[in-house]
Design a protein around this ligand. Structure first.
Ligand code: HEC
Length: 198
């Protein structure tokens, strides 16, 4: 997930930089106002910085949505693997492979068994402990060119498709806030928790 982290870090860096400039502007303006009674310098100074535009509350709301492992934060909606297959083929397959086997990007499909020395796969089906993370990750970052563009129903559907392709749920199962949170991933017990009480 390094690319995602980089983008997030860059966005934060840019907004912190804009805040710093805004503060600096106020300080300079105050000084000029006090000394000469003129405010004309301030807008020109910030326009020349070309640091981008401040994040709006809509921009922030797109990122500020967390779904917890137990399903808290999941929106209303529903989707099936059948519907998800169509979305997957249109929006995901070119990077992740026609059947999730991987391409220019990660494999998304593996056997529904935890990783072992013989098969140390870190694909979501064998490695990830919670199915709800698939929904969270896809909604906030996939496809990379248009993160946040899938509706809740589309995200449930593509999540259902990935779970069915990993043989974790039946093809016919519908995913919604309750059923997705109830899915038990094969590697649920494969982690040593060091920062949370179970
Ligand atoms: C342009 C290429 C591209 C497209 C299209 C794309 N992805 Fe990805 N995907 C990536 C890359 C690159 C990563 C790794 C990102 C990272 O590590 O930060 C990734 C990571 C993922 C992961 C996490 C995999 C793991 O094991 O860590 C999931 C799940 C995923 N994508 C699902 C999807 C879904 C669902 C779609 C379609 C809606 C999609 N992707 C479309 C490039 C793509």
């Amino acid at each position: 997930m390094s690319m995602l982290r980089c983008v997030a870090a860059l966005m934060i860096a840019v907004s912190v930089a804009s805040l710093a400039v805004a503060e600096e502007d106020t300080r300079v303006k105050g000084h000029i106002d006090g000394a000469h009674g003129s405010a004309a310098v301030e807008p020109a100074a910030s326009a020349n910085m070309r640091l981008g535009t401040p994040l709006t509350s809509d921009d922030i709301a797109k990122w500020d949505r967390t779904i917890f492992p137990d399903g808290r934060g999941l929106p209303p909606g529903r989707g099936s693997a059948k519907e998800g297959r169509v979305i997957y083929e249109q929006k995901c397959a070119r990077c992740h492979g026609e059947h999730g086997e991987g391409g220019t990007s990660e494999e998304l499909v593996s056997g529904p068994t935890p990783p072992s020395p013989d098969n140390p796969s870190k694909a979501i089906g064998s490695y990830w402990p919670y199915a709800t993370t698939i929904f969270d990750f896809v909604r906030r970052s996939m496809p990379p060119a248009a993160p946040g563009s899938l509706s809740a129903d589309e995200t449930y559907a593509v999540t259902a498709y990935l779970l069915a392709a990993n043989a974790i749920i039946p093809e016919s199962a519908e995913m919604n806030a309750e059923t997705l949170a109830a899915v038990r991933m094969p590697n649920r017990d494969g982690f040593i928790w060091i920062d949370v009480k179970k």
